[in-house]
Design a protein around this ligand. Sequence first.
Ligand SMILES: CCCCC[C@H](S)C(=O)N[C@@H](Cc1ccccc1)C(=O)N[C@@H](C)C(=O)O
Ligand SMILES: [Zn+2]
Length: 313
Amino acid sequence: VNHAAATGTGTGVLGDTKTLNTDSYSSGYYLRDITKPMYSTGGKIETYTANYGTALPGTLLTDADNVWTDRAAVDAHYYAGKTYDYYYNKLGRNSFDNRGATMKSTVHYSRNYNNAFWNGTQMVYGDGDGRQFTSLSGALDVVAHEITHAVTERTAGLVYEYQPGALNESFSDVLGNLVENKNDPKWLLGEDVTTPGIAGDALRSMSNPNEYDQPDHMNEYRNLPNTREGDWGGVHINSGIPNKAFYNFVTTPGITKDNAGKIWYRALTQYLTSYSQFVDARNATIQAATDLFGANSLEATAVANAWASVGVG
Ligand SMILES: CCCCC[C@H](S)C(=O)N[C@@H](Cc1ccccc1)C(=O)N[C@@H](C)C(=O)O
Ligand SMILES: [Zn+2]
């Protein structure tokens, strides 16, 4: 039997019901989305399980009746599709390589694994330990964060250390929140999967990085060693500074989320390179705003002001 697009239903990590794009075969269904434009050149979105081990990609998920109960898998699949849609519809990018590459996600990676990552080939999600995190694919900002690492790797190539690494992390947080597109005035990260036992908290805040021990100005930059213990020079710590710059920009009256996303995306894909520093990101976002909206536009002016407000430029 040839592949045929099917519509299933599933329960997400937070207990919600979602409609899923699946692929029917002779005696059941694959967790495979073949409905996107990428399929014209063979691209798909596929979701696997590592079955609590660390071998990747693991096993492609199947189901007999197209009613999916693996909550982490349901959300990894659904949110990968949402992230694909944002990049394609808002930014004109066809998957992470802009050539319709298949997007693979693996859930149930290891045990009590309090993280998610892009490994150079695919997205990988832990289930958390039930205290620090619940299953990390349960948050769209997490999924879009990881997929954006793939975009960054294929474009700017920002190395994962010191300021370029903090920029790498910040672009993933920025696109993570833009794709998630909640009405969240605090621009939080990971709020849906962080500390399931505590309401209202998050892993990071773009509006107030200090709330979660991140700097929000260059005068608070943390000089840390390029080691695991030093968070590779503080890539998840010093990202608070470019995160705050973006927050100040996107909340400037007259600036829209869509236009902010276009400017940050253009800077990432057209101007930044492997060892770009914060000042280079300032210059790249000003240039991108100028390209798109003009030299003396509200956007270009607001970008310069936003970086100045965090002590860059
Ligand atoms: C395995 C090696 C480390 C990879 C770090 C990945 S890219 C990462 O940054 N993951 C995010 C997950 C995330 C994203 C958005 C919101 C919440 C959580 C991350 O921030 N991880 C934290 C826990 C960290 O690695 O310190
Ligand atoms: Zn990351």
